[in-house]
Design a protein around this ligand. Structure first.
Ligand code: THU
Length: 140
């Protein structure tokens, strides 16, 4: 499973359909895989009439992971955007939140389109010169 992010695609599609995006009409889903655990944790975007209260799919998936297994280092992240043929890159805030749970900059981020095709990048490429925080903040 861990080397086969395409296996996450079915989950991404199911969760994407359940996203709450009445304002943008842009549904996004995300799946995260943590090291040493085959469970896949999913999330979707949940929008709100108050802009700042909306939550992105990636942060939703990470919250799901933390709620179910506690904070663990990520093995990979997969994202599916809701527009036909479009591959969504995580927003800046989500890049920082993903990085919080990455042990190194090589953690893959797979960006899926709705036909199942995907592009692979890494958190290091998405967030160069990342702010790592103080050492005491890094504690799984
Ligand atoms: N969105 C995500 O959920 N993840 C991203 O990486 C990019 C954007 C959501 C936020 C908002 O609900 C909608 O997509 C349009 O920006």
């Amino acid at each position: 499973m861990s080397d086969l992010p395409k296996e996450a695609f079915e989950i991404l599609k199911q969760v994407n359909a359940k996203a709450y995006a009445p304002y943008s009409g842009f549904k996004v889903s995300a799946v995260v895989k943590v090291k040493g655990d085959d469970t896949l944790y999913s999330g979707n975007n949940v929008e709100n009439a108050v802009n700042g209260a909306s939550v992105c799919a990636e942060r939703s998936a990470i919250s799901h992971m933390v709620s179910q297994t506690g904070a663990k280092p990520l093995e990979w992240v997969a994202v599916l955007g809701g527009k036909s043929g479009e591959k969504v890159a995580p927003c800046g805030v989500c890049r920082q939140v993903i990085f919080e749970f990455c042990e190194d900059i090589d953690v893959p981020v797979y960006m899926f389109a709705d036909d199942g095709s995907f592009e692979k990048t890494t958190i290091g490429d998405l967030l160069p010169m990342a702010y790592k925080g103080k050492d005491f903040l890094k504690n799984y």
